[in-house]
Each structure stands twice: as structure tokens, then as C-alpha cells.
Design a protein around this ligand. Structure first.
Ligand code: SF4
Ligand code: SF4
Length: 86
């Protein structure tokens, strides 16, 4: 469950971080795996269910294709690394 940020497409603009209702996103300085992109903690992300009709982070992200589903989810059409907002 959740979304992830693709390192090579994140431009560290910070648009997403304040949009997350559950504080699942950290900036590049706090990214545990790379200091070149923002990062989503999978165990915290709730896919905005109960908060927004679509993932707010992806709605706010200006980099096309940067935020994707991190695994096949409950929706049968969802595929790994599919772009959240297209
Ligand atoms: S999908 Fe929603 S809950 Fe998950 S990281 Fe993005 S804004 Fe946060
Ligand atoms: S909005 Fe997109 S490009 Fe900007 S920091 Fe978040 S993931 Fe990176």
C-alpha cells in the first residue's frame, strides 16, 4: 500500500510534503536511502484514503510521473510503478 517517489524525477520542490495528511513524506535531507529526492514512508502512507479523493502529494507534484504506486494495490488495474496521476 502506498505511493513512492522516483528519485530521478524528483526536483525537490517541496510541493508534496505539506500536502500529506499523515506526514508520511520527508525531504531530501531526511531521506533514508538517497539525498537526492524526497521520500515516502510506506508504512505511514494511507494513499490519502479518508482525506482526499486522490493522493494529494501526486496532485501537487509538478514533475510528471514522479509519484507512483509502490506496489500492486487492492484495485485490480493498479500496477507497480504506475503513475498515480496521469
Ligand atoms: S498518498 Fe497521501 S498519505 Fe500517501 S504520501 Fe501522498 S499525500 Fe501522504
Ligand atoms: S512535489 Fe514532486 S518533485 Fe516536488 S519534492 Fe515532492 S515528489 Fe519531489
Amino acid at each position: 500500500m502506498g505511493v513512492k517517489i522516483l528519485n530521478n524525477l524528483c526536483i525537490c520542490c517541496s510541493n508534496c510534503i505539506d500536502e500529506c495528511p499523515v506526514e508520511a513524506i520527508v525531504d531530501d535531507m531526511d531521506n533514508p536511502v538517497s539525498n537526492e529526492a524526497y521520500y515516502v514512508y510506506e508504512d505511514k502512507c494511507v494513499e490519502c484514503v479518508g482525506y482526499n479523493s486522490k493522493p494529494a502529494c501526486a496532485m501537487a507534484c509538478p514533475s510528471n510521473g514522479c509519484i507512483v504506486w509502490n506496489e500492486e494495490g487492492v484495485h485490480p488495474k493498479r500496477k507497480k510503478n504506475e503513475q498515480v496521476i496521469g
